[in-house]
Design a protein. Structure first.
Lengths: 107, 115
């Protein structure tokens, strides 16, 4: 089946810093989403981005489907950005989640 | 914005008991899903459901599990004879007309604790 990798596995930032999270996948997909899992366990949908670039406030994402990767950019990070960031790729009718990047933003 | 709702938020059950987790998908969605996340691990696909039948399931979804859409609005996951290793967060999701190319919308999850 399709493999999804995320890097880095852990990231510690000072508040105000910028960061880039990466998601690589091993096969063609027709759906890709980025999620933020907050400390209460909720999965917050950040982007639906099977291709192209999108921006939402301090966050933006780019997917290059032909090269099988996606990037999530977080600018001017805040402590509330802490949590685990998952990418999930869709093929068929199920999603495969990556292992996540655990982000800690320090005040 | 329409949401996927899950109840209960936390369920505590004795090992060996049956448990039913409930979900109300977004009303005009056609595809429904259950996922599981064991504490500290990644989210794993369990099953997808379309047109009143299972369309795809993972190896995790064995005979212990079943899904049902009993009344046109609810979507349930039943676990028979629960085991300790069933302790996890269970997420329900739904998507619209074409599952292959539409975003999935997730509920807040049910945390299941097996004692």
């Amino acid at each position: 089946g399709i493999q999804v990798e995320q890097s880095p596995p852990d990231l510690i930032l000072q508040e105000g810093a910028n960061s880039t999270l990466r998601c690589n996948f091993s096969d063609s997909v027709n759906n890709l989403q980025w999620f933020h899992q907050n400390p209460w366990g909720q999965l917050i949908n950040l982007f639906y981005i099977p291709s192209g670039t999108k921006q939402n406030g301090r966050l933006s994402a780019t997917t290059v489907a032909t090269e099988r990767y996606s990037l999530l950019y977080i600018s001017s990070s805040q402590t509330t950005d802490s949590g685990v960031y998952f990418c999930a790729v869709g093929y068929g009718q199920n999603f495969v989640f990556g292992p996540g990047t655990r982000l800690s933003v320090l005040p | 914005e329409p949401e996927v709702t899950q109840t209960p938020s936390h369920q505590v059950t004795q090992m060996g008991q049956e448990v039913i987790l409930r979900c109300v998908p977004i009303s005009n969605h056609l595809y429904f899903y259950w996922y599981r996340q064991i504490l500290g691990q990644k989210v794993e696909f369990l099953v997808s459901f379309y047109n009143n039948e299972i369309s795809e399931k993972s190896e995790i979804f064995d005979d212990q599990f079943s899904v049902e859409r009993p009344d046109g609005s609810n979507f349930t996951l039943k676990i028979r004879s629960t085991k300790l290793e069933d302790s996890a967060m269970y997420f329900c999701a739904s998507s619209g007309k074409r599952a292959r190319s539409e975003p999935q919308h997730f509920g807040d999850g049910t945390r299941l604790s097996i004692l």
